[in-house]
Design a protein around this ligand. Sequence first.
Ligand SMILES: [Zn+2]
Length: 340
Amino acid sequence: MTRREALTVLAAGSISGGRASAAGAIIRTVLKDLPPEALAGGATLFHEHLSLAPDFMPKWIGLARGQPPQPVQSDKPYFMRDADLMAEEVRAAAREGVACLVDGGHPDMGRDLDFLKRLSKQSGMPIVAGCGYYSQPFYPPEIATMTEDQITQELVRQARTQPVGAFGEIGSWDEITDLERKVFRAVGKAHLQTNLPIFTHTGIPGKSAIEQLDILEAAGVKPQRVAIGHVGNLVDPKVDVHKALCKRGAFIGFDRQGGPGDARQVPMVVALIDAGYADNLLFSSDLSTANQLKSNGGAGYAKTVTVFAPKLRQAGVKEETLHGILVDNPRRFLAFTPKN
Ligand SMILES: [Zn+2]
């Protein structure tokens, strides 16, 4: 590395393409700040859900289908409110090679920070909590009347008073709306004041992915601190949008993996690795429904590692490359030097 490259890298706050983070950078989990090296022993899954409100997914599925919210099943306790069940699921993920889980929820999705802390204590799994606002259909009503600066201040307040380690998932539900643009600009400004990394949600199929990065970059955020999410949904063998995002330095998320959709994403991941973008890739599963749990016969929280990764190996992806994507990239993405 030349001196000029080294300086650029230091300015970005991490060693891009390398395997380490800048001195002093930490990963903020709900229980304590960790040095990134503490999570070198396994995969960090950068976009999962461990705490959602019981009515969140029924509303989500209804909106996605253009129907009213589905009825909430109330015959048994909702799994994301059952700490014992969830601790067992999370311990199983640890046994299968997961070193850290990032929860992409926040208050407008019913995320409960105390539940995440209890779950982390009970299971021993380091958990990173996100914060922010999800997408327009889920915003609290005051978002419509708050100014961009008021939203920024609120985000900074959350980041400074709560043990949160990222802004995410910050979303646009469909094509991005004016209200969502306002929130994205506010998140960008809040990042400048706190240094928290940002991960996003794009509507199927990867709608407004480029504009999300445009807005954040225009607010002063370095693309290296951003992960544009759900771009696996944008099925394109040429991976044009994916490459454009990577070329600018952003991370991109193949973050609904470990299921039947994998077959469409494996060739895209291979194409991106072949194009030299392995350091920009992040994998996760966005687990959010009970049928995916081990206790219900599903593959559980480790399915990115146990179901998706083997398909990539079979497609010829080298072990070293997979290790870089699953273990090193998310730590480089999450590590930040706190700003007060
Ligand atoms: Zn999610």
